[in-house]
Design a protein around this ligand. Structure first.
Ligand code: AMP
Ligand code: GLY
Length: 423
């Protein structure tokens, strides 16, 4: 079987490593992959947003199955384009990917179907948005409607900040068309949990829960990043919370999408906050999370490709999806300066035996040598019987990986550990 994976980050590397375990897989293409992914797949220089290029490549190379991992191609209709040419895919079609592509759509969906989320208003007029921002309680959360590389959310602590956030999105268009609409919402409090779930539009199967660490600095300070590390499972996601989420959030979301004529098939990501009033949705993503995938998939016992194909063929209820009863910790090693400016091109060195545990993101080949080529360079994931051992093992591995200007948080998993101790 020939499998194509669209994307080129740590998440895609984790998917590829898992898919490779299926004995029927003879070839994996990564479009465009990266210099580190090249260890496990054939990387082809076709960008994730080049839908025509992806379809043409898939047809020419007789690809049997395509996995579209990033948000952009999903929202742009990569799955529609591939399926229309007869190529089986994992991922939602564009009319369902809108659940991530438009925050206004997602919020209106939740309101219509009674799915718990923060109170909000959607604006297409800057004057109305400014008037609302002037009177809403602080802090207030301002979100650009469309995709904004995870940077389109501003938690304004003051009126000035709120006003300047609205203006930067709606007047200065810092996120382009993504700021044509803004969502202004109530600020929620409580621990955050990420839950990725397989769904074929009929059945929904949540994967093991996880916790992201989005801020750049130790103690959750500094700028928002794409994610500096993850642990799984998330101790705040108790069995009781899981049951509530299934009944009030996961199943209702699948039903709501069907009722709207937007059947969602693929991985649906629930960004949840466990508020004093119970779990609420912070955001939906139409795809696997990054770096959540780097802790969730290594714990998956069931064959990933078998699950994915069952999703495509709408027979997910036939599959028993099982996870190891263990803990995983992924520490992201970034380039010093990320998420702002950073240098690249530094040689990456690591002992060969770590290769199976490293998921490359911003890495490239230069004269045959692996070098840094992005903000988040790689993630290293360790699995152990306890959270503490997983954290210790991940940091022991980090110590053995070297590149100039490496930066990583020293406290991945710390908050999760504290939560375990309190209980
Ligand atoms: P998002 O891109 O929607 O996931 O938002 C990024 C981060 O902003 C989330 O992970 C939360 O930490 C925070 N956030 C978003 N919406 C809210 C909200 N309504 N209340 C509190 N924090 C929020
Ligand atoms: N880790 C958050 C995301 O993938 O959007």
């Amino acid at each position: 079987m020939k499998v194509l994976v669209v994307g080129g980050g740590g998440r895609e590397h984790a998917i590829i490593k898992k898919i490779k375990q299926n004995p029927r897989v003879e070839k994996i293409y990564a479009l465009s992959g990266n210099g580190g992914i090249a260890i496990d797949a054939e990387c082809v220089n076709i960008g994730a947003k080049d839908i025509d290029g992806i379809v043409e490549f898939a047809l020419k190379n007789e690809v049997d199955y395509a996995i579209v991992a990033p948000d952009d191609p999903l929202v742009l209709g990569a799955v529609d384009a591939l399926e229309d040419k007869g190529i089986a895919c994992f991922g939602p079609r564009a009319n369902a990917a809108v659940i991530e592509g438009s925050k206004a759509f997602a919020k209106n969906l939740m309101k219509k179907y009674g799915i718990p989320t923060a109170g909000y208003e959607v604006f297409d007029s800057m004057d109305d948005a400014l008037a609302y921002a002037e009177k809403s309680p602080l802090p207030v959360v301002i979100k650009a409607d469309g995709l904004a590389l995870g940077k389109g959310v501003i938690i304004a602590q003051s009126r000035e900040e709120a006003v300047s956030a609205v203006k930067s999105m709606m007047m200065d268009k810092v996120f382009g068309k993504s700021g044509d609409y803004v969502v202004i919402e109530e600020f929620m409090t409580g621990p955050e949990v990420s839950v990725l779930a397989f769904t074929d539009g009929k059945t929904i199967v949540p994967m093991i829960s996880s916790m992201d660490h989005k801020r750049a600095g130790d103690g959750d300070v500094g700028l928002n990043t794409g994610g500096m590390g993850t642990v799984a499972p998330n101790p705040y996601y108790t069995e009781e919370i899981a049951k509530i989420c299934m009944e009030r959030i996961f199943e209702p979301t699948v039903r709501a999408m069907n009722a709207e004529g937007r059947k969602f098939k693929g991985c649906l990501y629930f960004g949840l906050m466990i508020t004093p009033d119970g779990p609420k949705v912070v955001e939906y993503n139409c795809r696997f999370g990054d770096p959540e995938t780097q802790v969730v998939l290594p714990l998956l016992k069931t064959d990933l490709l078998d699950i994915m194909r069952a999703v495509t063929e709408e027979r997910l209820s036939d599959i028993k999806v099982e996870f190891e009863n263990k803990h995983a910790c992924c520490v992201i090693m970034a380039s010093e300066g990320y998420p702002s400016d950073y240098d690249k091109g530094y040689a990456i060195k690591y002992p060969k035996e770590l290769e199976t545990k490293i998921f490359f993101a911003g890495a490239a080949r230069k004269d045959g040598e692996l070098v840094t080529n992005g903000g988040r360079v790689l993630g290293v994931t360790a699995i152990a019987d306890s959270l503490q051992s997983a954290i210790d093992a991940a940091y022991a591995d980090v110590e053995r990986i070297e590149f100039d200007n490496a930066y990583y948080r020293k406290d991945i998993g710390k908050r999760a550990l504290l939560a375990t101790e309190v209980k």
